[in-house]
Design a protein around this ligand. Structure first.
Ligand SMILES: Nc1ncnc2c1ncn2[C@@H]1O[C@H](COP(=O)(O)OP(=O)(O)O)[C@@H](O)[C@H]1O
Ligand SMILES: [Mg+2]
Length: 355
C-alpha cells in the first residue's frame, strides 16, 4: 500500500483552480518531487498534505488512515499528522537558542525531558549543529539557519518530510552540498520526502520520481531519466533541461520549417500534424560535414560561439530560426559565420495544440 496517497485532490480559491484533480501515491522512503513554474500549485498541495489548507475536493491518506476529506467532513489537524516541514524562508525563532529551536516542538508534544534531550542532540548532531547549540540562530549563515529548520523537523521523527523550496535562498554551491545532506538524512532516518522546487536540476538530482505540474494540472509523473528522455508534451520538454523548438508546418503535403525550408525525411513527423514544433536538446545535436548526417541533417550558419568552460555553446541560424548546440570543448566545431550541417540525434515533434 502506498505510504501517502492523494486522491483527486482539488483546491479552488474563488475562480482560480490552484490544484486540479491530483492523484499521487508516494511509497515509503521515496523522494518525490513536485516541479513546475511559480504559481502552478506546488505550495498549495504541500499545505493541504500538511493540514494547513482544507481541500475543495478529494481525499488524502497515510496508509489507510484518512487525513483530509471534505466529503466526509473530516480533517486531522497538522500537529496530529506528525510531518516534518521545512519552508523556503528561514523559519527559525531568533529569540531562542539553536537547541531550543529544535527542542520546542518536542516540548509542546509533552515528551519526557530525557527523550527531548536525546532527540534534540541526535538531530543537532545529524545536521552538524552540536557546536552551535547555545548560539542564536541569527549568528548562523543562511545554510546554518536552514539546518536548524531541518533539525527541528527531524527531531519529531517524521514519516514524511515536506520540503518547500528549502534551498532556494542559498547560494548555488551550498545548495548543491545541502542536497546531498538531505539525501544522507533520508537514508539515516528513512522518511519519505515530498520536495517542492521550480529548479529542475535539483529535482533531477534528488528524486526517485518527479511530478511536473502546470497551472494545477499534472503533466507527467515519472523517474528523472524518463521525464528527461520521454517528455509527455512540449511543456515538460521545455521545463526539463535545455531545449530547441523549431516552428514548422505541413504545406502542400510536405513538412516545412517556418520560412519554407523543407524538412528532410528523418525530421518529418509520421503524420500531418498541421502546425508543429520540432524539438531537440542542444547536447543532442552534432555538426556533420557535407553528405554526412543523412536525412536527419539541417543546414545553417553559425551566428554565435561562446566558451563556457568545458562546453562550447553555439547558436546556429537555420532558415531564420535559432538553434542552440552544445559540444565538449575537445570537439571543436565551426567558427562564427561559417555554414554548417546539424544532425539532430533525437528529434521530437509536438503539435501546436499540445502546447
Ligand atoms: N490563499 C490564497 N488565496 C487565493 N489564491 C491563492 C492562495 N494561495 C495560492 N493561491 C493561488 O493559487 C495558485 C497556486 O499557488 P501556489 O500553490 O503558491 O503555487 P507555487 O507554490 O507552485 O508557486 C496561484 O494562482 C496562487 O495565486
Ligand atoms: Mg510555492
Amino acid at each position: 500500500m502506498a505510504h501517502l496517497r492523494l486522491v483527486n485532490v482539488t483546491k479552488r480559491f474563488g475562480d482560480v483552480t490552484a490544484v486540479n484533480g491530483l492523484n499521487i501515491d508516494i511509497e515509503k522512503g521515496e523522494c518525490f518531487s513536485m516541479l513546475g513554474p511559480s504559481g502552478c500549485g506546488k505550495t498549495t498541495t504541500l499545505r493541504m498534505v500538511a493540514g494547513f489548507e482544507d481541500l475543495s475536493d478529494g481525499e488524502i491518506y497515510t496508509g489507510d488512515r484518512l487525513l483530509s476529506s471534505p466529503k466526509k467532513n473530516y480533517y486531522l489537524p497538522p500537529e496530529k499528522r506528525d510531518f516534518g516541514m521545512v519552508f523556503q524562508a528561514f523559519a527559525v525563532w531568533p529569540h531562542m537558542s539553536v537547541y531550543e529551536n529544535v527542542a520546542f516542538p518536542l516540548r509542546i508534544r509533552h515528551l519526557g525531558s530525557s527523550e527531548i534531550e536525546k532527540r534534540t542532540r541526535d538531530a543537532l548532531a545529524s545536521t552538524n549543529l552540536l557546536g552551535a547549540a547555545n548560539d542564536s540562530p541569527d549568528s548562523l549563515s543562511g545554510g546554518g539557519k536552514q539546518r536548524v529548520a531541518l533539525a527541528r523537523a527531524l527531531a519529531i521523527n517524521p514519516d514524511v518530510m515536506l520540503l518547500d523550496e528549502p534551498l532556494s535562498s542559498l547560494d548555488p554551491h551550498l545548495r548543491e552540498e545541502m542536497r546531498f545532506e538531505i539525501k544522507d538524512l533520508q537514508r539515516k532516518y528513512g522518511f519519505s520526502i515530498i520536495y517542492v522546487t521550480h529548479d529542475q536540476a535539483e529535482a533531477m538530482a534528488l528524486s526517485d520520481r518527479i511530478l511536473v505540474m502546470k497551472l494545477g494540472v499534472v503533466q507527467q509523473i515519472d523517474t528523472p531519466l524518463a521525464v528527461y528522455n520521454s517528455p509527455a508534451n512540449k511543456f515538460v520538454f521545455s521545463f526539463i533541461g535545455l531545449s530547441n523548438f523549431l516552428d514548422a508546418e505541413w504545406r502542400d503535403g510536405v513538412p516545412v520549417l517556418r520560412g519554407g525550408m523543407p524538412l528532410p525525411d528523418g525530421l518529418a513527423p509520421d503524420r500531418n500534424m498541421g502546425s508543429f514544433s520540432l524539438a531537440s536538446r542542444p547536447s543532442e545535436i552534432d555538426f556533420v560535414s557535407e553528405g554526412e548526417g543523412g536525412s536527419y541533417a539541417l543546414e545553417g550558419v553559425v551566428t554565435r560561439k561562446a566558451f563556457l568552460g568545458e562546453i562550447i555553446d553555439y547558436q546556429v541560424n537555420v532558415g531564420g530560426q535559432e538553434v542552440r548546440v552544445q559540444k565538449g570543448r575537445r570537439a571543436p566545431g565551426p567558427d562564427v559565420g561559417s555554414a554548417c550541417r546539424l544532425r539532430l540525434l533525437r528529434p521530437f515533434w509536438y503539435a501546436e495544440e499540445e502546447g
